[in-house]
Design a protein around this ligand. Structure first.
Ligand SMILES: C[S@@+](CC[C@H](N)C(=O)[O-])C[C@H]1O[C@@H](n2cnc3c(N)ncnc32)[C@H](O)[C@@H]1O
Length: 227
C-alpha cells in the first residue's frame, strides 16, 4: 500500500508514522507520505485558499492550487489520475467509514487522501479530482488530518504482518467473521475481583463452548447495543 496524504500540516503525520503498527507497515514496504499543498502553489506567499464567492465566513481551498499540488506529485492531470488511483477527499458529508470500506481501501495498492481545512474544498475539486469522499462521522472537525489518520489506521491494521498477531484483525467488531456484529466481551486475570467473576465458560478450557458463547454474546450486542 502506498498512501499519500495532502495537507497543510504534514508534520502531524510524523507522529502517526512513529506509531508501532505504522512502523511495522513501513518496515514491510508500505508507505505513508505527507505532502504540503503549499509547496506547489503558483500564488504569492504560499496561498492555497481564498474567500468564498457569494460571501460568508471562512476560506475555501482553491481548485488551481490543488491541481498544482497533484500535478507536481503525479505528473499528470488530476482528472485522469482519479481513473486509476483512489483519490479520497475527507469530507463530513462523505461516505461513512466502516469496516467494509476500510477493507475495500486496504485492498488498494495506492491511495491519496486530501485533507480539507477552513470551510473545506472548492466544489470543483470534489467534482473533478476526487474518486471518493469519506467521512469519519456526522460531526465537523477543524481539518481532515485526524480523519485521514483514522482512515489510514483502520486500513493499515488490516494488512498482513502489521499487527503483532494477524488474527487480532480478523475477528473484530463489525468484521465478516462476526457477521458485522460488535465483538464479544474479553476478560483477563484476576478471574475474580471485588466479587465480579469471569464467566465460567471462559475458564472451562472447552474451545468449542467458548467459541459458541462468544458468538452468542456478539449477536446479543448487535441486537441490544451497548449503553
Ligand atoms: C471545518 S471542516 C469544513 C466543514 C464544512 N464547512 C462543512 O460544513 O461540511 C474542514 C475540513 O475538515 C475535514 N473534516 C471535518 N469533519 C470531518 C469528518 N467528520 N470526516 C472527514 N473529514 C472531516 C474536511 O476535510 C473538511 O474540509
Amino acid at each position: 500500500m502506498r498512501a499519500d496524504v495532502f495537507t497543510l500540516f504534514p508534520q502531524w503525520f510524523e507522529w502517526f508514522r512513529s506509531q508501532r503498527h505504522v512502523q511495522n507497515a513501513l518496515a514491510l514496504g508500505h508507505t505513508v507520505d505527507a505532502f504540503d499543498f503549499r509547496t506547489a502553489t503558483p500564488l504569492k506567499w504560499g496561498q492555497v485558499d481564498d474567500t468564498p464567492f457569494g460571501g460568508g465566513a471562512g476560506m475555501v481551498l482553491r481548485v488551481d492550487t490543488m491541481e498544482a499540488a497533484l500535478r507536481e506529485r503525479y505528473g499528470e492531470d488530476p482528472v485522469a489520475l482519479k481513473s486509476h488511483r483512489r483519490v479520497i477527499a475527507l469530507t463530513p458529508a462523505g461516505r461513512l467509514l466502516d469496516d467494509a470500506l476500510a477493507s475495500e481501501l486496504a485492498a488498494e495498492e495506492e491511495i491519496t487522501l486530501l485533507c480539507g481545512r477552513y470551510e473545506g474544498f472548492d466544489e470543483r475539486i470534489l467534482e473533478h479530482f476526487v474518486s471518493d469522499q469519506v467521512s469519519i462521522g456526522r460531526y465537523v472537525l477543524a481539518g481532515g488530518e485526524l480523519a485521514a489518520m483514522v482512515v489510514l489506521d483502520t486500513m493499515l491494521r488490516k494488512l498482513p504482518g502489521v499487527l503483532g498477531d494477524d488474527e487480532s484483525a480478523v475477528e473484530e467488531s463489525f468484521s465478516e467473521a462476526l457477521e458485522g456484529a460488535p465483538e464479544y466481551p474479553h476478560y483477563t486475570r484476576p478471574a475474580e475481583w471485588r466479587g465480579w467473576a469471569v464467566p465460567d465458560v471462559l475458564l472451562s478450557g472447552h474451545h468449542a463452548r467458548v467459541d459458541e458463547w462468544r458468538r452468542a454474546q456478539s449477536r446479543l450486542r448487535a441486537e441490544r447495543p451497548l449503553p
